[in-house]
Ligand binder design. Structure first.
Ligand SMILES: [Fe+2]
Length: 463
């Protein structure tokens, strides 16, 4: 090494030591490629054969504890039947009949959207179900979760900002092929990106439904609304926010005392999951504020040790994209997250991956000036996982230096898995699309904040 090169290395080392207090900014550089939507004629969007065949089949949890499922699908030619026939192995068949809805969006008219709730299911049981009528029925299956309880193991997949590009397809394939088998998906918002097209071409909502069906028909996806669900476009007379999303995706919001489908909660196995809306009012006295105020005290950690919150816009984001957009909601709700010892917060919106250490910034009031994020073992870990691979591409412009609380960040597409083992331990992994299916690119063993609140930070010398 020449003497100049030696000094350059020395200088870089000093610079790094002086200014980079944080965790890891991954050195992995993804090959730049254009993010484009797959064309309508792609096989992943193919229409199921047969007249009026049910398409875009998707399921979600239908009650507060996991004994009900909402089955949704679309028929394109005529209303057809809204009945779901379902049965568990070697048992008699049951029927439940739902309702049809349709909507218009500018020059688009939807197909016939069916929503049917099936109830009183046995826990921990595989069910088959059939939708459709006439000569065209389609059969799928799902497994109900075990009864809610403190030591029930359960594995969630986590995805966000999926879209319908070639990268989206890779993300979904990686989730499906992952040897860690997710049993339900926590989806943190931004589904189809139909609003990217002129007049928000809602046939891109349909193609997304057909694309995702290979997973959404077989395991529940827990939905969170993102900004690409708003479809608010006064210039073409579309002034009802969330119109396509709310017609197409139903959630069990009334079961948790919510008055709107955009914020709600469910229990599943050993987890209590709270879904919030970044794009609905959350100031004091608003319905969402009021609901969350009453919701946190209802969480019984002796029954559901793992308290997880889903939202779209992240509170702790050190990417330049969407920087500080989550700030106003953080100001309103963060003290409760610390008070009630939320374990994990998953958000999307930023098209990259980032994991924080346990952090809070709640000391500030209008006179004391104390506004520095601090290490806080009562606080959640914040994970941004808006890296599903949509048409807007990667957010690869990080703020520098990496903040101290940011444990790992990387601009790559991928998904995560959370393997809850018991009341104390949950093994978390992030998987990037560029790796093989079994590769874990970022892993942490999380310790439960109620039962085992020992320091689980991963950054060396983090304090
Ligand atoms: Fe977003």
């Amino acid at each position: 090494m020449g003497v100049y090169a030696y000094f350059l290395v020395l200088l870089l080392t000093i610079y790094h030591g002086a200014f980079s207090n944080g965790g890891i900014t991954s050195s992995f550089v993804r090959k730049e490629a254009k993010s484009i939507d797959m064309p309508f004629h792609s096989d992943v969007f193919s229409h199921p054969p047969g007249y009026n065949a049910p398409q875009q089949v998707h399921i979600t949890q239908g009650d507060h504890v996991g004994r009900a499922v909402i089955v949704s699908w679309v028929t394109q030619d005529e209303p057809g039947s809204s009945t779901v026939v379902y049965w568990s192995q070697n048992n008699k068949k049951f029927k439940s009949t739902g309702r049809i809805t349709t909507y218009k969006y500018y020059n688009y008219t939807s197909g016939f959207i069916h929503h049917c709730k099936i109830k009183n299911l046995e826990f921990n049981t595989k069910y088959y179900y059939e939708v459709g009528s006439g000569g065209t029925t389609r059969r799928f299956w799902f497994t109900t979760p075990p009864p809610v309880g403190p030591d029930v193991p359960y594995t969630f997949g986590i995805m966000g900002d999926l879209g319908q590009t070639y990268d989206s397809n890779l993300t979904l394939t990686h989730y499906e092929m992952n040897p860690v088998k997710g049993q339900a998906v926590l989806f943190v918002g931004d589904l189809s990106y139909a609003d990217h097209y002129e007049f928000h071409d809602n046939s891109r909502w349909d193609s997304w439904g057909r694309f995702a069906e290979r997973s959404t028909a077989f395991q529940p996806w827990i939905w969170t609304a993102g900004n690409h669900e708003l479809d608010y476009e006064p210039s073409i007379g579309e002034t009802k926010p969330f119109k396509p999303f709310l017609h197409r995706y139903r959630v069990p919001f009334k079961e948790s005392g919510s008055t709107e489908p955009l914020w709600y909660s469910i229990k599943r196995a050993s987890a209590y999951i709270i879904v919030l809306s970044s794009y609905s009012a959350y100031g004091m006295y608003t319905p969402q504020y009021q609901w969350l105020l009453e919701e946190f005290p209802k969480v019984n950690r002796k029954e559901t040790p793992w308290l997880i919150v889903l939202m779209h816009s992240p509170w702790y984001n050190s990417n330049s994209y969407h920087y500080m957009e989550g700030e106003t909601m953080r100001v309103m709700f963060e003290p409760w997250f610390v008070q009630y010892k939320v374990d994990l917060v998953f958000a999307g919106h930023v098209h990259a991956y980032e994991r924080s250490e346990r952090i809070s910034n709640i000391a500030y009031n209008i006179v004391n000036g104390e506004c520095t994020p601090a290490h806080d073992q009562s606080a959640p870990v914040y994970i941004t996982i808006g890296d599903g691979g949509n048409i807007e591409g990667l957010a690869n412009n990080m703020t520098e230096p990496q903040p101290k609380y940011s444990a790992f960040r990387e601009a790559s597409f991928g998904h995560a898995t959370l393997e809850i083992k018991n009341r104390t331990h949950a093994y978390y992994s992030w998987h990037r699309n560029s790796d093989g299916y079994a590769v874990r690119a970022d892993t942490v063993m999380f310790y439960n904040r109620f039962w085992h609140p020992v320091d689980d930070s991963t950054t060396k010398n983090y304090q």
